[in-house]
Design a protein around this ligand. Structure first.
Ligand code: ZN
Length: 485
């Protein structure tokens, strides 16, 4: 396993060699690989919004069922917000390399030269379907129908839209639906699986909930009403997603596809309206790089083939591409392999004790400068480096008087007109900034709320991680200076 691990490490050349090695190790025995994959991305749900993760209020029987039966990554991070996570998830490289730095246009338009995992599945002969939120641009050639998906069901103009009785683009044709959008997406995705049950499929199901607008049928929110610090509507939306995941798992079993299908459930950023109920003790919300803003749900189940249980090793959304390429023997060209930032997690899926590369680090940056030209002065506005159980953090606003981005960050940190409240939480500490000009270092296994700065105690680690950040910034700078969007 170690050999496999080390073969998969880091750079493109090695990664490419690693993929070849895995191929020969499995001797192309199809029974040793899953045939299909369902990738579910939950919009605006945090790590803490799951009963099995310690949430004392929410009832999440389906997530708990996944927790019991799947390999789950407990130190799995995504980008601080929506579109950036989608870009990194689908391309296997940091979102900035695909020119995605924000959730609004034009900064969420993903570079047309980026290769999506859906394209690789399509080239391999899989039926591919997207049912839900694309959010990486839709104008010109940017729609998901040009980026690897045979079938699509999404919102026109790539917007968020409403949750009830939606008009959706079904294979690019405006189609009216009745009911709750999340239910509709799951229904259509399950019909797709059933239609394609005889051939391999890749089903990507990114929900629009529990993202705002916070609306759901009262039977879901009612059990949570009147409870101190609990957002009943948000909680009800989580309950609805949970119910739909349960329906999907049951349908896979009924179709006898359970042992052939890899089911992955990931959330797209840290906690939002649920953090005051329970954020697993972490500082930060969506939009921040504190651990509570980037740690995500990550369940992987392939029948009973992967040993159930936690995988505490450092992992993240950029690893999904390489993992799927590895598991499904997708054809990754040498130039594409060289662009990847993630590693295959197959060793960890098969063996909870497997060791990943000791030196791997991952960088997160909030981005969200108000227009592409303003990238340079936001080098240290909300960024972090992860390495093992350490997180190096720097959060400082630019000095520009007219920067709306930084003005908003400051307001949420110090409060406005005496009101101390971040957007998602009443706890102002979630939006704390770091001391100007300095990095802070945290060991989140011993200090989940990130209160004890270890920078002075561990200068060597700070130096090592800072140097990684500087190298990363240099690496992404040419794209930021001349974005494809
Ligand atoms: Zn600024």
């Amino acid at each position: 396993m170690k050999r496999l691990c080390s073969a998969l490490i880091v750079t493109g050349m090695l990664l490419f060699a690693g993929l070849q090695f895995v191929g020969s190790a499995l001797a192309d025995d199809a029974s040793k690989r899953p045939r299909n994959v369902v990738l579910i991305l939950i919009d605006d749900m945090g790590y803490g919004d799951v009963a099995a993760h310690g949430n004392p209020v929410l009832k999440t029987p389906s997530f708990d069922r996944l927790h019991r039966t799947s390999a789950h990554f407990t130190n799995f991070a995504v980008s601080p917000s929506c579109a950036p996570t989608r870009a990194a998830l689908l391309t296997g490289r940091h979102e900035f390399k695909s020119s995605v730095t924000h959730t609004i246009l034009p900064m969420r338009n993903m570079d047309l030269n980026a290769t999506t995992i859906a394209q690789l599945f399509q080239q391999k002969g899989f039926a591919t379907g997207l049912f839900g939120k694309w959010h990486l641009g839709q104008a010109g050639k940017r729609g998901p129908w040009f980026r690897g998906f045979d079938e699509t069901l999404t919102v026109a103009k790539d917007s968020q839209g409403g949750h009830f009785d939606p008009t959706l683009l079904k294979n690019r044709v405006k189609t009216k639906f009745k009911g709750y959008r999340t239910d509709i997406l799951f229904n259509e995705a399950m019909a797709f699986m059933e239609r394609n049950r005889e051939k391999p499929f890749f089903c990507y199901l990114p929900t629009y909930t529990p993202h705002a607008p916070l609306k759901v049928a009262p039977n879901y929110s009612k059990p949570y009403e009147g409870r101190e610090g609990v957002n009943a509507k948000f909680s009800g939306m989580v309950a609805n997603v949970d119910e739909n995941i349960g329906r999907l798992l049951d349908r896979l079993a009924k179709l006898k596809l359970e042992s052939d299908t890899l089911v992955i459930v990931i959330s797209d950023n840290g906690g939002t309206f649920g953090v005051d109920t329970w954020n697993a003790g972490m500082r930060g919300t969506k939009g921040s790089v504190w651990r509570g803003g980037t740690r995500a749900v990550s369940f992987w189940r392939w029948g009973d083939r992967f040993p159930a249980g936690p995988r505490p090793q450092m992992t993240g959304h950029v690893d999904v591409f390489a993992t799927l390429a590895d598991l499904f023997r997708l054809d990754v060209s040498k130039p594409l392999a060289q662009q990847l930032d993630g590693d295959s997690l197959q060793p960890l899926l098969e063996d909870a004790q497997a060791v990943m590369d000791e030196d791997r680090m991952q960088v997160h940056h909030r981005g969200r400068w108000n227009k592409p030209a303003n990238w340079q002065r936001h080098k240290y506005t909300y960024c972090c480096v992860r390495w093992k159980n350490f997180q190096l953090v720097r959060i400082e606003t630019c000095d520009h008087a007219n920067c709306t981005t930084c003005k908003k960050i400051r307001q949420r940190t110090i409060g406005r007109n005496g009101a101390v409240r971040t957007y998602y939480s009443r706890n102002i500490k979630h939006a704390r900034m770091t001391k100007r000009g300095e990095w802070e270092l945290y060991d989140f296994t011993n200090d989940p709320f990130q209160e004890h700065n270890l920078a002075d105690e561990k200068p060597e680690i700070v130096k090592k991680m800072t140097s990684h950040y500087e190298g990363w910034w240099k690496d992404v700078s040419p794209v930021l200076a001349d974005p494809a969007n």
